[in-house]
Design a protein around this ligand. Structure first.
Ligand code: ZN
Length: 143
């Protein structure tokens, strides 16, 4: 079940994962399923009421399961309409970096690092914000 606005867990800072167990891997799979059922492109654990640093993303047919993600670098700016499974019906223009360099652990605990552009960069920025209690409506572009 996707948590909605005003649920306090969405405003908490999510806790880092100390050890990637089978339960964590199962949770990542549950998150992916919840994301797909709701036609989302990304989901962060706080959105299902769990304050842990886990995000799942599917962009351009590629699935990402990221544990303790950290954005190392941001470059450029892009702006486009954005929505959020936790804010049903709300859409707004948000500035996001055009490019991000991200590091995280994969579901097996291996360290990964990659550069994301365009839409993937936007989704990563949105989902990492969730881990810091930030919602896209906090960043709505001024006109
Ligand atoms: Zn969201």
């Amino acid at each position: 079940m996707v948590r909605k606005l005003l649920d306090n867990v969405l405003r908490d800072t999510a806790q880092p994962i100390i050890e990637i167990t089978d339960e964590i891997r199962e949770l990542l799979n549950d998150m992916l399923e919840t994301m797909e059922i709701n036609n989302g492109v990304g989901l962060a654990a706080p959105q299902i009421g769990i304050s842990l640093q886990l995000i799942v993303i599917r962009v351009d047919g590629i699935t990402y399961k990221l544990v303790n993600p950290i954005i190392l670098k941001e470059k450029g700016l892009q702006s486009s309409d954005e929505g959020c499974l936790s804010l049903p019906g709300k859409v707004g223009k948000v500035w996001r970096p055009e490019k991000v360099v991200i590091t995280a652990l994969d579901e097996n605990g291996a360290k990964i690092k990659f550069t994301a552009h365009k839409n993937l960069a936007r989704v990563i920025s949105h989902e990492v914000d969730h881990l810091n209690g930030i919602l896209f409506t906090d960043k709505l572009r001024e006109f």
